[in-house]
Design a protein around this ligand. Structure first.
Ligand code: IMP
Ligand code: MG
Length: 179
């Protein structure tokens, strides 16, 4: 795996420090509320697992799984729900946990689906943000790092389902994906 990494973008220490800061901010902001962390599988599982342990107030977690409609590499943002949430959202303060906010098309679609279920509130926390690539009108309420438009893997993020288990975030060598 290591040989496919061009360079480390974010080290384990940097990630851990940032997750601690985000957890403290969320704990303060959601004190006395009904925090429910929702993540879309699978890229955000590592972030979710670390972030929830940095949160010091009661919270619920749930997961959903989606697949993009249509063929080709271009994402339309329209998704089919493969696994829905188990928990009724009414009255809950939803915090969507994302690994990376890229075009934002998928997430704005999912956010709309969840808004239709009338949670008390709905906000977004993303570990990484690639603002240069945004197509949808969506912004994160909590953001770990802004990163340049390069393809990154590790800490949950994959290329062809691999590299998710790297403990840091690295830039993939372009020759690995034929770039
Ligand atoms: P979008 O915001 O609808 O374009 O989709 C974002 C999704 O694309 C993320 O949840 C990731 O699965 C994937 N993605 C975008 N950029 C990267 C990257 O640099 N590495 C790995 N996955 C990425
Ligand atoms: Mg993903």
């Amino acid at each position: 795996m290591e040989k496919d990494i061009l360079r480390v973008l974010l080290t384990e220490e940097e990630l851990s420090r940032k997750v601690g800061e985000l957890g403290a901010a969320i704990s303060a902001d959601y004190a006395g509320k009904n925090l429910m962390m929702v993540s879309v599988l699978k890229g955000s599982v590592v972030f979710m697992a670390d972030l929830m342990r940095a949160i010091t107030i009661p919270c619920r977690i749930d997961f959903m799984s989606v697949s993009s409609y249509g063929s080709g590499a271009k994402t339309s943002g329209v998704v089919k729900i493969l696994k829905d949430l188990d928990i009724n959202l009414e009255g809950l303060d939803l915090l969507i946990i994302e690994d990376i906010l890229d075009s934002g098309l998928t997430l704005s679609y999912i956010k709309q689906i969840l808004e239709d279920r009338h949670p008390h509130s709905i906000r977004l926390c993303t570990l990484l943000d690639k603002p240069d690539r945004r197509q949808a009108d969506i912004a994160a309420n909590y953001k770990g790092f802004e990163i340049p438009d390069e393809f990154v893997v590790g800490y949950g993020l994959d290329y062809a389902e691999c590299y998710r288990n790297l403990p840091y975030i690295g830039i993939l060598k372009p020759e690995v994906y034929g770039g």
